[in-house]
Design a binder for this molecule. Structure first.
Ligand SMILES: [Ca+2]
Length: 316
């Protein structure tokens, strides 16, 4: 009896609480993208794209636990919802804890319909390291990378063109692309093949500041490893196994080349983790044994010193 009364009294309060959710389009394989919906007076409804800005999208992405917003979506890009269009003219500063803390035109106070439902695309996790591949020619009738996955030409920052690389990278990453190119200063070209033929028309000279011109892609790829940081090792009872020694090949101006060589050796040996110690030694393990003696602060950028492992995980 008591229990029945408890349920009866408490649940209406829970149901009437305002909350926010993301509704994925049915064909989407990614998390962190969808139509924004809010529940008010127990009924789910949508948000109008009138005044829908990057700051508004940022608040939604952060309250949903994602790293950051990639872009705000207008015009029901992620599908039309049903029920009331609850909110419009959102005016978040980007600092709010939830979309519900942002000023707006009033609950249900708008003349929008669902063709203007707002959405967001969020970055789920930090980007892997972005490696430069180089500048390559493209042809409009035979594309080197097969998909124009974002056209950001209206958002080019001409004083900071390299910022386009990050914008294209975020959008490539959520699509699962391993390679992408920045063309015509603001076009993001990608490819769903594991090893696309980005070089089919040969290298070119039409790139500046990390981006390509009308007929060039500045091509990038995501590093096939994840950075796991610096860990202490001891001379007696090693935490990993020495697989290869690249100390004779160290390029002191490009230590990332050692990371690349060790990655390739680890991949060939079918090892899950690899580490650079003493600037040029390549150590590997199948388990998280590298954690045994705890973290260290004694590494250089990406490589360990004499008794430290800078550890990476092989992703693919
Ligand atoms: Ca706004």
């Amino acid at each position: 009896m008591n229990c029945f009364i408890f349920v009866f009294l408490v649940f209406p309060a829970v149901f009437s609480e305002d909350v926010v959710r993301l509704v994925k389009p049915p064909d989407s394989v990614h998390e962190g993208l969808g139509r924004v919906e809010v529940k008010h007076q127990g009924t789910w409804g949508t948000v109008c794209d009138d005044g829908w800005s990057f700051e508004d999208a940022s608040v939604v992405c952060e309250e949903m636990g994602f790293v950051k917003a990639i872009f705000q979506a207008n015009r029901a890009k992620f599908g039309q919802g049903t029920g009331p269009v609850w909110l419009s003219k959102m005016m978040c500063t980007g600092q709010e804890k939830t979309l519900l803390d942002c000023p707006h035109s009033g609950w249900g106070e708008n003349s929008c319909d669902h063709s203007r439902d707002a959405g967001v695309s969020c970055l789920q996790q930090g980007l892997p390291q972005i490696l430069e591949v180089g500048c390559y020619q493209d042809k409009s009738d035979d594309r080197a990378l097969n998909k124009l996955y974002a056209n950001l030409r209206s958002q080019i920052d001409w004083w900071n063109m390299r910022s386009m690389v990050t914008k294209c990278a975020e959008r490539a990453f959520v699509r699962g692309y391993k390679y992408f190119g920045v063309q015509f200063y603001g076009e993001c070209w990608g490819d769903d093949r594991l090893r696309p033929s980005y070089d089919k028309h040969g290298p070119g000279k039409g790139c500046t500041d990390g981006v390509g011109d009308e007929v060039h892609n500045y091509v990038y790829r995501f590093a096939p490893w994840r950075d796991l940081g610096c860990w202490r090792d001891v001379g007696d009872g090693r935490t990993m196994k020495l697989l290869a020694n690249f100390r004779q090949k160290i390029d002191w101006f490009h230590l990332e080349k050692t990371v690349q060589m060790c990655y390739e050796a680890a991949k060939k040996a079918n090892k899950k983790f690899f580490a650079i110690q003493f600037f040029g030694e390549c150590w590997v393990s199948d388990t998280e044994s590298y954690k045994l003696h705890g973290p260290s602060t004694n590494c250089w950028n990406g490589v360990g010193r004499d008794y430290d492992n800078y550890v990476y995980e092989v992703l693919w």
